[in-house]
Design a protein. Structure first.
Length: 406
């Protein structure tokens, strides 16, 4: 159990296919909304029949002060809006940020992969001299973190975490460590990912997406025996983490607390020999870090997304660490697999669930996998809990666990 500074959550901001406010997103989760449809930001024939959960008609100008957002690509624009919403929710005004130090930790799997592709294609097609300088500035993995910090005038720590779909949750865990050990007082942490030609085509060719014939309302359902893979989504989600003493000094509202976190890796994941042991051990470390027994967790927000093997491994890990009585939800049935944004979206959903007394069901869950013994449900149900666990597990073996309380 850590004896360092307590860390509190003072703000949350998110934008995804379900909405642009935590309470609206949570209401849609509880209603089982599945906002999937044909992609509009990429050629529809990229993967014929495939559906995605886009932020449709995304207009960052609705959320931001007047200024030049041309240097930001779609990933950067989603990120700057997510951070804007989180800072506003926490009461960190632009004037306050100019006089006090706030940092940023961004989790992302692919960052501006579409921008990188466009830069390369234009250079090959028309020659290097015609490649866009604006594209080049976004062709590195940490471009969103840098662009957001410039726009939001965040002068503190600036870090990028890339660990597949565990990136956003690992970013929150890293921010927790930085704040409670005194290396930062305030950090905005979370993740971002957009739906792009490259991500959709890449996941399809890697056989990680639901077969197009299983798209729409039947694909991408976690823990369901009929599933063949994930459906991609996009968005940005961020939380403001502060030392409790810092938040108290400015009279900030406390939404929740982050008492513990842990990361891990399963070296057998890519060879097919992993069985969930790495995530189970990661969960156990996160609980020890938080000083909370396994029986003290009231709900789990899992990262399952419809990949049969991965979902079974995550379920086995949750069962090994917590048993089978803890209610589990998996919001990617509704948000899609948002990769770097997913961990922070799951965390916001877990906090909203505890605050509202409702745990979203897993929309579309019609045929639960009989080998899975954890407590899952298609229906939203009552929840009486003050401690929740958020998990992440990726096909590449990265895993993470985060404990949040209200």
């Amino acid at each position: 159990m850590s004896t360092s500074r307590p860390v509190v959550i003072t703000g949350m901001g998110a934008i995804c296919a379900l909405g642009d406010r935590g309470d609206l997103i949570f209401a849609a989760l509880c209603d089982g909304v599945r906002p999937f449809g044909p992609p509009t930001t990429i050629p529809a024939d990229t993967v014929p029949g495939q559906v995605v959960a886009e932020v449709r008609e995304f207009a960052p100008e609705r959320y931001l002060r007047p200024g030049n957002i041309r240097p930001l690509d779609r990933t950067g624009r989603l990120a700057v809006v997510g951070v804007e919403l989180a800072l506003a929710d926490a009461g960190w005004t632009l004037e306050r940020r100019e006089s006090e130090v706030v940092g940023l930790v961004v989790g992302t799997m692919l960052s501006g992969v579409h921008t990188i592709g466009e830069f390369d294609r234009r250079a090959l097609r028309a020659g290097p001299e015609y490649a866009s300088a604006l594209d080049f500035s976004n062709s590195v993995l940490n471009a969103p973190a840098g662009q957001v910090a410039i726009w939001q005038r965040l002068r503190g720590i600036n870090s990028t975490i890339a660990a597949g779909a565990a990136s956003g949750l690992q970013a929150l865990g890293y921010a927790l460590q930085l704040v409670r050990t005194g290396r930062a007082d305030v950090l905005v942490a979370g993740g971002v990912e957009d739906v792009s030609f490259e991500s959709v085509l890449g996941f399809a060719r890697a056989n990680r997406l639901a077969a197009p014939g299983d798209g729409g309302l039947r694909g991408g359902v976690p823990f369901d025996a009929t599933q063949t893979g994930a459906l991609l989504g996009e968005g940005a989600a961020f939380l403001v983490l502060e030392a409790e003493e810092t938040a108290a000094a400015r009279g900030a509202r406390t939404i929740g607390r982050v008492p513990g976190a842990a990361n891990g890796y399963d070296p057998g994941a890519l060879t097919g020999t992993g069985g969930g042991e790495a995530l189970a051990a990661t969960i156990a470390r996160a609980l020890r870090d938080a000083g909370i027994p396994a029986g003290g967790i009231g709900a789990v927000s899992a990262s399952a997304h419809g990949n049969p093997d991965l979902d079974r491994r995550e379920a086995a890990a949750i069962e090994a660490a917590l048993g089978t009585a803890v209610p589990v939800t998996a919001i990617k049935a509704m948000t899609g697999e948002t990769l770097g944004a997913s961990g922070a979206l799951q965390t916001i959903a877990a906090l909203e669930a505890m605050r509202s007394g409702r745990l979203p069901g897993i929309a579309g869950l019609a045929a639960p996998d009989s080998s899975i013994r954890i407590d899952i449900s298609a229906a939203t149900r009552p929840l009486d809990a003050t401690r929740a666990l958020v998990t992440a597990l990726t096909p590449e073996g990265n895993c993470a666990a985060l404990v949040v309380t209200v």
